[in-house]
Design a protein around this ligand. Sequence first.
Ligand code: FES
Length: 316
Amino acid sequence: MLQVRIARKAQEALDIVTLELAPVEGEHLPAFSAGSHIDVEIRPGLVRQYSLCNDPTEKHRYLIGVLRDPGSRGGSVAVHDELQEGQVIHISPPRNHFALTQAPHSLLLAGGIGVTPILCMAERLAQIGSDFEMHYCSRSPERMAFRQRIAQSGYAGHVHEHFDDGDPAQKLDLPTVLDAQPAGTHLYVCGPAGFIDFVSATAEQKGWGKERIHFEYFAAKAVDTSDDGSFEVQVASTGKVYTIGRDDSIVSVLAEDGVEITTSCEQGICGACITRVLQGQPDHRDQVLTDQERNEENWFTPCCSRSLTPKLVLDI
Ligand code: FES
């Protein structure tokens, strides 16, 4: 973990604050790429993931934007109410499971606070002169974070704003936007789960391959656990076999025996626990791995995923 000071806490939009995090020691923070997120320890035992939304060439600070969401598990409200300017907190180094790929054209879609990694991507694409178009949906102008920053940027002409409470003519017409994209365009979407699901499903219906659709969820989707049963996990390095009960997670059972797997979100969205499977077929329950990572590279997330076969052998 890294120690950082909250150099600035500012109201960015209605119910949205930004925190500027500066190094406590030295002048530089670890480098990051567009789409990265960090774990933030809001207080002991309360850790949440937030995307970095500053220019990825900056080394003297990280910037995060946080929406107050009283319906969430309490992290965002604690950021708003408890964290103060000047306070020193712990964060993880940046991780990126939502990285830009090389594409002739990129379509960036942001829903609400999902703009944070998307904004970082826009900055990066503009810097390297890569062609892109961004659509930013918000409930209303006063809830739209970073509106001024975008308006003052050199890429403002690439950004289209859409408001739920505005004229129907300005609302996002996703099928038309998708149809207008040049061949080979890659799509990046972040926002509420319903927004991501709608965008992904619409693009797939229009024939976009999954390898061209990239997304990042902020929260785990509900999973039907009524058919969950027990299964076995074997640790390849020791040969030891563990029984995972229907209410256990793989990570918790292994931890009881001193086999530690790094975790953060424990709900399949951050990628901290990703582990390779050597034998057996996982029941994937994450929202972070791609089909290729799951099916060809045999990665899975032991914090939340289970098994479709009686036993999994893990590369640990
Ligand atoms: S701990 Fe976040 S995906 Fe497993």
